[in-house]
Design a protein around this ligand. Structure first.
Ligand code: PLP
Length: 360
């Protein structure tokens, strides 16, 4: 077996220890005589898996009791609709900060349901920074302010939380959750698709401050109603059981490794290794202002785009997978989520140095 160093943007790398544990338990989970995929979500084995995963997740992010944690389906994209359905009535004002492609999709979906507007954007500057935000940025009566903590395609990341003057902040953390310490109480709602930093696709985690529950507009499908999901313990229908289980394995792995603070230090080192290399060379470039660069997704271009194909072919041959940049940005992108080891990033850095030496 040869496992590659996987820099995929998502679905993305999962820790080897997690995969091995899932493999070892695949045919017979804890003497149940069946796999997790085959058992009832209401049986004692799965209830135990589900409760342990939630408890570990809460511990890792220090989620207070006045926040509900939901394990649902539909991806982050479904939450683009769930957010206005649960927080805004028809015609209500909802403000969006747009710092990249995912934020643009979020506000577009919001507009289907309410008076959703982009009130701050760095698009004119090709999303190379996070705009300056003060309480005056936001419209009076806004029900929420939506941000994308980390823009997975552009590689740009909030380094803090905007001051909104009390308007609840809703954050799409799909590609940065658990990668660094955050204070959950700074947010009204946090949501994240699992396939970047948590586990397999098909699972979405939503953290909602409980006082924001129970306001879904009439007509909201029950599956999208956070209050329905919270009251049912995310089991109003069959939850994504295998994804929930693997997420739990990832949380246990992360705790074992020292938790979010330890992970944050590792992630800072990984990102610095690549950005220092890029900034120290005339051959590679990253368009994002240094203060706003993502620690999870590092896009970079080559001085000569003619070499892109060569770079991709040679890196793939060296066991470095999925470095092709998003079509909207071009060039390369290294996604270096929690599960991507320092060893993998060091191997990429070594390859990049050698490629520059032989092709510049
Ligand atoms: C991947 C991603 C999404 C889309 O997630 P789906 O689970 O495919 O809906 C949304 N937002 C961000 C920031 C992402 O990285």
């Amino acid at each position: 077996m040869t496992r590659k160093f996987n820099f995929s943007a998502g679905p993305a790398a999962i820790p080897l220890e997690v995969l091995e544990k899932a493999q070892a338990e695949l045919l017979d989970y804890s003497d149940a005589g069946m796999s997790v995929m085959e058992m009832s979500h209401r049986g004692s084995h799965f209830i135990d898996i589900a409760e342990r995963a939630e408890a570990d997740f809460r511990e890792l992010l220090q989620v207070p009791d006045d926040y509900a944690v939901l394990f649902v389906q539909g991806g982050a994209t479904q939450q683009f609709a769930a957010v206005p359905l649960n927080l805004a009535a028809d015609g209500d004002v909802a403000d969006y900060v747009t710092t990249g492609s995912w934020g643009k999709k979020a506000v577009k979906e919001g507009k289907i349901f309410c008076d959703a507007e982009t009130v701050a954007s760095s698009e004119a500057d090709r999303f190379s920074h996070i705009p300056e935000l003060t309480p005056a940025t936001f419209r009076t009566g806004a029900k929420y302010v939506h941000i994308t903590s980390n823009e997975t395609i552009g590689g740009i990341e909030f380094q803090g939380v905007p001051e909104t003057g009390g308007i609840p902040v809703v954050s799409d953390m799909s590609s940065s959750i658990l990668s660094r310490r955050i204070d959950v109480t700074d947010y009204g709602v946090i949501y994240a698709g699992a396939q970047k930093n948590i586990g397999p696709s098909g699972l979405t985690i939503v953290i909602v401050r409980r006082d924001l529950l129970g306001n879904a507009r009439s007509g909201t499908p029950s599956m999208l109603n956070w209050n329905v999901q919270a009251e049912a313990g995310s089991m109003s229908n069959t939850p994504p059981t295998f994804g929930w289980y693997v997420a739990g394995l990832t949380f246990a792995w992360l705790k074992e490794l020292g938790g979010v603070d330890a992970m944050e230090a590792i992630n800072a080192r990984k990102a610095a290794l690549l950005y220092d290399l890029i900034d120290g060379s005339d051959f590679y470039a990253n368009p994002v202002q240094p203060a706003f660069r993502s620690r999870m997704n590092v896009p970079f271009t080559l001085a000569d785009p003619e070499l892109d194909k060569v770079f991709l072919a040679e890196s793939a041959a060296a066991g470095l997978a999925a470095l092709k940049g998003h079509r909207s940005v071009g060039g390369m992108r290294a996604s270096i989520y929690n599960a991507v080891s320092e060893q993998a990033v060091a191997a990429l850095a070594e390859f990049m140095r050698e490629f520059e030496r032989t092709h510049a």
